[in-house]
Design a protein around this ligand. Sequence first.
Ligand code: C5P
Ligand code: MG
Length: 212
Amino acid sequence: MASPVFDDSKITVIYVLGGPGAGKGTQCSRLVKEFNFSHLSAGDLLRAEQTREGSQYGELIRTCIREGTIVPMEVTIKLLENAMKEVISKASGDGWDDGQGRFLIDGFPRKMDQALRFDETVCLSSLVLFYDTSEEVMLDRLLERGKTSGREDDNVESIKKRFRTYKADTMPVIEYYSSTPKVAEIDSSATVDEVYAKSSEVVKKLFASKAN
Ligand code: C5P
Ligand code: MG
């Protein structure tokens, strides 16, 4: 079997999972500041592709996002791989010397097929940061965000569909990685600072173990 595009002894990939509104993006922004990660949100890449002139996937992505379903993995994986290549060709500074790099892949893998394919063909992941909280908390946060996000899926109807997809497709991914030492589960019901303190600790431990 062909080996992955990126060597995981040099490129650190952390998957960031959790339901919609669990706080993935918020925590990633802070981790970027402390650890000089490149933060790639699968949802953001899909939204950019949706509006890119000449994209053959625009309509498909729009429908999936509105319905809260998962875009076929080939599309998302290619977008991530391309984005990683571009970042690696330009990035510098802490964690990026000598062909090294560190990525937070946010909102991915949302489904088992994506997880296996990315690990096998793009880069073997080092860790899964899993943010867990209740649907009530997530719903409140998403409705609040919806006042200003301009996102077509931050409305009650789409949110309910996203919760359903999360349970059916994404929970199995978390269960799969839970049988390995790769998952760090963090209760994200608490304040941003409290959740961040735990996130930062987990990432520090990962880099310490990689340095050995
Ligand atoms: O992560 P985010 O909430 O921004 O994702 C928005 C939507 O993008 C998802 O509800 C889904 O339709 C699509 N998506 C996907 N596959 C991913 C990430 C997002 O299909 N890995
Ligand atoms: Mg997000």
